[in-house]
Each structure stands twice: as C-alpha cells, then as structure tokens.
Design a binder for this molecule. Sequence first.
Ligand code: MN
Length: 395
Amino acid sequence: MLRITMLVDELGSTLKMEGRLAGEAVREAEWCWQAARREHSNRLCRVDLRAVTFLDQEGKSFLSHAFQQGATFLSSGCMTRAYVEAITHSGQEYTEEKFREKESTMKDRKSVKGIYKPGSTHMVGDGFPVRNVFPSQNLTEEISPFLLLDYAGPSSFAPTDRPRGVGEHPHRGFETVTIVYQGKVAHRDSAGNAGIIGPGDVQWMTAASGVVHEELHEQAWAKNGGTLQMIQLWVNLPKALKMGAPRYQTVLNEDIPRANLGGPGGVIRVIAGEYEGMKGPAKTFTPVHLFDLELPMGHQAEVHLPVGCNTGLFVLSGELVLNRSQKVGEAEMALCDPQGSHVHIQATEEARVLVLSGEPIHEPVARMGPFVMNTEEELVQAVNDYREGKMGHLH
Ligand code: MN
C-alpha cells in the first residue's frame, strides 16, 4: 500500500510529504490539501492520505490502479474528504489523456465570488416575513438579470378567517416569480389573472407595462393555519420589453420535470431554462435558468451551468460545500463567477437549494419600490400612471 503523509503547522508553514506517488497525484494531493487547510485555517491538523483516487465528473475513479484504497483525513469534517475518499478499484487504467481531461474540468469550474447572508429582515404586508438577500447586500450588476430575492419563512401562522398577505399594489418593468415550498398562496391581478399555488408550484408573473395585484395566504389554508415557506424572485426585463403586455403563468409541481442529480437520491427540478437537455415549463424573455435542488446528506454532484450567466446558489435549508472548499449555510447565497461551466456541490446536511442563473442585461437600472425601469423619468411616469389608474384595478 502506498502511503503519503502530510504535516502542517497551524500557519500552514510546514508541508512535509512522505511517500512515493506519481507527480500528478502529488499535485492533486497538494490541491486537496490546500482546500483542507482553508477549511481549518486556524487549527493544527494532520492529513494522512493513505491513497488517492481520482474522480471523473460522474464520480467514477480513473486513477486507481496504483491507489486502491481510500484516503483518510484525520481532521474531522474535512471538506475535501469526498474528493479523496474510499472508492472501490474501478479497474480503469490511468492515461495522460484522462488526466488532462480531469485538469480541464477543474479549470472550468465557476469560482465562488462571495457568500451573502440576508441583508435585511422585514414583513411584506402582514403575511410574508422575509429575509432579503439582494439587493440589500448591494448585489446588483453581479446578479443581473435578477433584481431581488426575498426568502419568506419558514414561519408558522395561527388559523384565521381573514387571510394575511399583501393587498392591492402595482408593479412595472419586470417579472415576479413566486416559488412555494410550504403553505398556499393566492394571487389576483388587474389583468384578470388569478391562481393558487401550493408546495412545489411556481407563479411567474410578468408585470411589464404594469399590473395591480394582491398576494395573500390562500383562504382555506389560512383557516387552518400552518407553516409558510416561499421565495419571491424579481427578474428584470430589457428596455424593449418593459412596456409590453402583462403575462401570467401558473407552473404546477406536476408539470416541472425532475431528474436525478449526481446519482440517485439527489433531485433537480427544472422550473425555467434548460438542464442537460431537460427544459423547464416557465417561459422567459431573456435566457434564465431556475433549478430547485433537493440533496440528501453527503450527496455530491457537478452542477452544469451556462458560461457567461450570472449565477447564485441560494440555500433554503441545510448546508453545502462548493468546489470542495466553501461552505454555504441556511439562507445564504453563493455568487458564482460567470466564467466556468460547472460548480461542484456537496451537501454536508440534507439541503434544499435554488439555483438562479441568467444572462445579464447590460442596461441602466432605476428602481423605486415596486417599479424597475431604466431612468428616473420612467419611474416618475410609473408613479403617475399608477395614480391615474392606468395599471388597472382589482375587481
Ligand atoms: Mn407584488
């Protein structure tokens, strides 16, 4: 059995490696070690790699004939463990070609530009206690075309005969997307659209030139009370479409395609856009990909994401480690680099994650409350149009 032992002090100033491995394997081991050290930056730890196994994107080992046993990180909770782990000898031969393939895979990773906690907590109407992740954290162009992410709940509501929520109010210039995880929400707008959405359902409302709507807890659900958990996401529209006709889409859970992600146990639901040929039912005006992930504890996967799209991974519950090195916890969002084609995720706790990815809209943004336009003048116009009843009324 080959053995490699690395020792480092708490400042990481001593890195001693013993053992004999192929040069490539040593480089790989060093890379894993760097990630481990970031994770345990202020602690003395010792890593004992008894063997190294290279994993390809499907999690199959391809450099294993020399290293038939897994590695053990003695430091507990080491985040690179999944990468260098006990893998049964696959019988595959190591080749230069495969190694280069692996290297380019690593290069094409989207790096994590930042982890954002909610920047504000407030009540929307009397029904939606939300934690806002952006724009409250000054995230604007980096997350375009998305304008706002409010995470409501999970919070429990006592039974009531008068449904809570937010009454008649306008929107212009963008889309509101509501995803329900627990509870039931009813919507009604001045364009004559109405709908009820429950767990797993999504409502995609295009305000465009303007609607007036109400968003309430659904009446029968409110009568019994219960736990509400949902997300509202605002998606910008390009200038040319801001004054277009409003649209309304109810996207039911049963119509949202789902597939395994990273093998059985992990689930990806494609709400909008496309994931590896699987298309989401929600129609969008610019390229927007919206995926909902459910991951059991310990599960890992490479999530493929379009190059050039701004991407956020919002963790509703549980905990993830991204690219084997960065932790994202409950109600936090990781912002990924538009460059690169995939992100490696591992659920260190059972996790629920919303992935938002979209092509940025490179236009000026002027926003005020429920209106998002390109200029201040257009905002004044929106206020006047609303006051004059040009966005309609609820009947
Ligand atoms: Mn609204």
